[in-house]
Every structure is written in C-alpha cells, then in structure tokens.
Design a protein around this ligand. Structure first.
Ligand code: ADP
Ligand code: MG
Length: 611
C-alpha cells in the first residue's frame, strides 16, 4: 500500500543545499538549464535503450520536454518522457552522491568564495539541486521505463530531508514542479521562461515546449554546412555539448567521405582544467550515427592524451545497434580514432603556421598533453613531435621554435640535438653547461619542464638526430678556446687523484674537461639528465639520494691552479675548498644539495677569508 517515507539527505548534500538556498545569486536562472539538461539526458537514455532493443514502458510516447509556467499558482513545471526513476534511483540519484560531485563543488565554492561560481553547479554533476535556488519546495513525480516499475512522488523543501511515496497512474518520465520562492515569481512568467530557454538550451536535441509552443530549434550543427554557421552558434553549441561556461579556444569542423564517412565538430576549451588542479579530465567527445547518440564521452574514439577535446564525431558507418562493450574493440572505432586524430594534428599544424599567436596560446595551455602524446602514442608520435615548441640559446625570451627549426639551423658537422634543463633562462645561461656550445656556436634547446627531458629520453631522436643532454657523459665536444697554461700532465694527474680521494664515493671519476672555458669544474651524469635525477630526489624525498656523477675540472682555471698549490702545501683548507668546489658544481647542475652541511663549511671558509 501507498505509504510515505521520510529520509535524510546525505551530509554533503545538506551543506550544498544550505548554500544554494541561502544564495542571493543573480544568475540563478541557470537552474532551468540544469533541469532541461536532465530531461534531455533522460530522453537520450530512452533512445539508446530503444536502439538496443530493450522493452520500454509507454514505448510510443514522443521524447519531448514540456514546460508549464503558472503565474496564479506561482509554480513552474518541467516534464519529460525520459527514463524516469525507480525508488532506488530516487534515493541514490537525488539523496546521495554516488560520484562525489557535491564534495568537489563545496570545496570549489569555499576556495573561491564567489557566488558567481554557483553557475558551475552543473559541471560538478549536482545540477538538480540548483532548483532550490528558486523554489522553497520541489515536488517530483516519476515513473521508470522498466515495465514492472511503480510510480513515485518525491518531495522536499531542501532543508535536510525529503519524502517518497508511491503514486499511481503515471506515464513514463519525470515531472518536476517548483513552488517558487517569494522573490522568484518571475520564473512563473511565460515570456521570461522562453527567453531563458533560448539563451541556455537552444541546442538541446529534443523539442522543448512552453505551454505547447516549441521554443528550441534542434540543430545538429556538425552536419550543417560550415558557411551557414556563425561563430556565436559554434560557441553556443560548444557551451551546450561541453557543459562549459567559457568559449572555445580552437574549433575544428570537418567532414570526409574517404577513407571513412565522418562529420565532426571538435573544440579545445579556453582553459585547461587539469592545469588549474581539477584532477584528471574525462574524455569529452560524443559519438553519433546520423545524429543519434551512440555513446556519450566515448573513451575509444580518441587517444587518451586528447581527453581535453570536446565535441562530436558522427559516422554513418557505425552500426546503430553497436553496444558500449563492442565499441571498445571495434576495428571501425579504431579507424575513426586514427582518422580524427590525424585530422586534428594536421589542423594544429596549420594553426601553428597560419596563426602562430593562437597556436602559442594553445601551446601554453595544453603543451603537457602533447608531450604525453609524444611519449606514449606511438601511432601519432611523428606528427606530435612536429608540434612541440621550445626556447633555446638562440631564441629571445619567450620565443619558441620547433624541432624542425632546430634541425634546419644545425651547424656544419653538428650531429646531435642538444638540450639542457633548468628552472629559467637566467639560471641556464649563468651555469657552466653552455660554455662549449657558445664556443662552437651550437644551438641548445632549453627544457624548463622535466617532462621535456622525459620525452627526449623516450623518443631518443628526431629526423635521425639523437638527443643529448648538455650534462650527459656521452657528450663529446671539445672547446676550441683553451686560454692560458694548465697544470702539467703529471701534476694534473696527482691533483685529480687527490681530489677523487677527498670526494670519495660522491663521484665515480675525476677527469680533465675539454669543454670548460670560464668555469673551474662541472658535473656530468651517466644517466639521461640531472633533471631526471632531481625528479627522483623529490619523489623519494631524500636529498642524499644523488647518483654519483663524473667531476670534470678545468686545469687552466685559476681556482684549480691555486687549489693545487694549497694541496701541495698540505694545507687543511685545501680539502674544505675542494668540497665546496664540488658543491658549487652540484648546484650548477641543479642537484638539490643539503644546505645544512654546506652552511657549516661556508662559515669556516668565511672565517678563513676574513682572517
Ligand atoms: P547530473 O545530471 O550531472 O548527473 P544532477 O544533479 O543534475 O547531476 O542529477 C543527478 C541524477 O539524478 C542524474 O544523474 C539522474 O540519474 C537523475 N535525474 C535527474 N533528473 C532526472 C530526470 N528528469 N529523469 C531521470 N533521472 C533524472
Ligand atoms: Mg544534470
């Protein structure tokens, strides 16, 4: 028998509702967009179930959304014929948060402290609760598509609890009635509601009626002709499909018939949410067949590193009844993936050529994804490499070049691509590693991002030219410019033996440098680059975790010659100075040196210097 139950909202939802109810938010009209989207989502699910041959209650009911503003009753009703909800669905979807969206949203609101941010509510998968911005009571009836399911009534004033009771004689779908707050009666006004729908929901793929008048024009923009579409329409469509609140940074709209039929509309959002700490993005491209949604946010239609793209891929060749499971291992999906990815990469290349400023903006926001692709996506690696950009010893601050630019500017006799990692241009250029390259007039790429070094380590070469880090032991370059007398051969050998004894296990070898001009000493590494080593140090949280490298010394340098004299006088200061010489070289290499032991030593040196 019909019985009413009262249940508590989960704590997080209660907190969220508190904020929503008490907000004086001016753009609260977005609640309608959220409720219409939910109706459209529910309709889309019916369409999908129909395609897969499931038995559905009220199968002939048209998929439409009906809205009834009532100025006398001060209510607004939104009705859909979507999949509806069972009792379990109601409890799970509207009373608890399966997908922790409310928590993330609360944290975001706390972080920003801004009311305007409430507009983002839908992005966090908690859009339903926005109804309580305008209503002091929400009453909902719903009946699931499952033939044997009961109908239910759900009610809440948003203050802690809700009630559920059985309700007979319902058609499939959900009907939500908002009892409008005193200060929200404008949402019972028909003209106002029509305006809001046009503003926020014109691309909803199901007809939306206000008092039986159709107000949205359903447009599958991606099958329309490019020159019939305005930039505003693209932007609106982007906002709808990506559930976004910004504008697209880049838009690619293309169709092709060979080798495979495709209509696609792809967007790069203006902001990279991963970069600002939102966590890993979900893929955002929907797959359609002749305008019928096959899979939302499809995982396999693009490689993982393109998860920042939003939009649509439509192909007539997809079988309508393809299931989510078979999509995964379908050869057709793999082919679509390859074609769309290649097309997008070509588009980026054209952007880089034709609109370098725009490309730079894209690069600054999304370079991390391209690097991920270069390292992991073997199929498209060569095309991705063309899109990478770097500063170098021959660019100005902020100017970027491609690997092809680099290779085309290589000097006669230069066989390798050189790079060096550092936190900034100033630090790199102030260090000892560039000396030999300056001398030879070879260009060196600056990698400010450790990820760059990782990518070079993985890909190994470009156009047949191996990558080699300027701090790697394999680097075999000899400076042309060796000013002044160095230590004599015998003496040099004794000095290096002594230095190795002092430094002991901290270095694998002390040897003469053929590359230093102005610096006394330099550390080079057996493994990849120092930046990779530094990453290990940070990851392992151990400053002493330094893999010993090779110390190269410049026998013509004043400090080395003076140190050699001290050594011969058996001055105890010689050891101290040698240790500091080594520490200085470590710092120049970007190795993190434990400052405590060094300060101790520096004080002793100071004392000595001050007499
Ligand atoms: P989201 O839509 O992002 O999942 P919402 O807070 O808008 O978050 O909705 C929560 C859930 O409630 C939905 O995922 C859906 O399962 C259910 N729901 C909301 N409105 C409807 C509706 N009109 N028909 C069927 N289910 C709905
Ligand atoms: Mg929603």
């Amino acid at each position: 028998m019909s019985q009413m139950e009262t249940k508590e909202f989960q704590t997080e939802i209660r907190q969220l509702l508190d904020i929503v109810i008490n907000s004086l938010y001016t753009e609260r009209e977005i609640f309608l967009r959220e409720l219409i989207s939910n109706g459209a989502d529910a309709s889309e699910k019916v369409r999908y179930l129909q395609l897969s041959g499931e038995e559905i209650k009220d199968g002939d009911l048209p998929l439409e959304i009906h809205i009834f503003p009532d100025e006398n009753a001060k209510t607004l009703t939104i009705q859909d014929s979507g999949i509806g909800m069972t009792k379990e669905d109601l409890i799970e979807n509207l009373g608890t948060i399966a997908h922790s969206g409310s928590k993330a949203f609360l944290e975001h609101l706390k972080g920003s402290g801004k009311q305007e941010e409430l507009a983002l509510i839908g992005q966090f998968g908690v859009g339903f609760y926005s109804a309580f911005m305008v209503a002091d009571k929400v009453s909902l009836t719903t009946r699931s598509y499952k033939p044997e399911a009961q109908g239910y009534r759900w009610e809440s004033d948003g203050r802690g609890s809700y009630s559920i009771a059985e309700e007979g004689d319902l058609l499939r779908g959900t009907k939500i009635t908002l009892h409008l707050k005193e200060d929200a009666h404008e949402f019972a006004n028909t003209e106002n509601i029509k305006r809001i729908i046009k503003q926020y929901s014109s691309f909803v793929p199901y007809p939306v009626y206000v008092n039986d008048e159709k107000v949205n024009t359903v447009q599958a923009l991606w099958v329309k002709n490019k020159n019939e579409i305005s930039q505003e329409e693209y932007t609106e469509f982007y906002k709808y499909i990506a559930n976004a609140y910004d504008e697209p940074l880049l838009t690619l709209h293309f169709s092709s018939d060979a080798p495979i039929n495709i209509n696609s509309l792809l967007f790069v959002p203006k902001t990279n949410l991963e970069k600002i700490g939102f966590g890993r993005m979900e893929p955002g491209v929907n797959v359609y067949c002749k305008k019928v949604l096959i899979q939302e946010k499809a995982k396999d239609i693009l490689p993982e590193w393109l998860r920042f793209l939003r939009g649509v891929v439509d192909s007539e060749e997809l079988p309508l009844n393809i299931s989510r499971e078979t999509m995964q291992d379908s050869a057709l999906i793999a082919r679509l993936n390859k074609v769309v990815t290649s097309r997008f990469l070509r588009f980026l290349n054209e952007q880089a050529k034709n609109e370098p400023e725009k490309y730079k903006e894209f690069w600054e926001e999304y370079n991390i994804f391209l690097k991920e692709g270069a390292a992991n996506d073997f199929t498209h690696r060569q095309d991705i490499l063309k899109l990478l950009r770097f500063e170098s010893s021959k660019t100005t601050d902020g100017e970027l070049i491609s690997l092809s630019d680099y290779v085309s500017r290589m000097k006669e006799g230069q066989e390798e691509i050189y790079f060096i990692n550092g936190p900034s241009r100033e630090v790199i250029e102030g260090g000892p590693y560039l000396e030999v390259f300056k001398d030879k007039d070879y260009e060196v790429l600056y990698t400010f991002d450790n990820l760059d070094d990782y990518v070079f380590d993985v890909i190994r070469e470009y156009e047949g030219k191996p990558f080699i880090s300027a701090d790697n032991a394999k680097l075999n370059l000899t400076s042309e410019r060796m000013d002044g007398e160095g230590l004599a051969e015998e003496e040099l050998k004794e000095f290096m033996d002594w230095l190795k004894e002092v430094l002991d296990a901290k270095v694998t070898e002390v040897r003469e440098s053929k590359r230093l001009v102005d610096s006394p000493a330099i550390i080079i590494t057996h493994y990849g680059t120092h930046s990779l080593q530094r990453m290990m140090q940070v990851m392992n949280r151990n400053l002493d975790d330094v893999v010993p490298g090779i110390l190269e010394i410049n026998p013509r340098h004043g400090i080395i010659k003076r140190l050699n004299d001290l050594r011969k006088e058996e001055d105890s200061f010689a050891q101290l100075a040698a240790e500091q010489l080594f520490a200085n070289a470590q710092i120049a290499a970007g190795i993190i040196v434990d400052p405590r032991s060094m300060i101790h030593r520096l004080n002793e040196i100071l004392e000595k210097a001050l007499g």
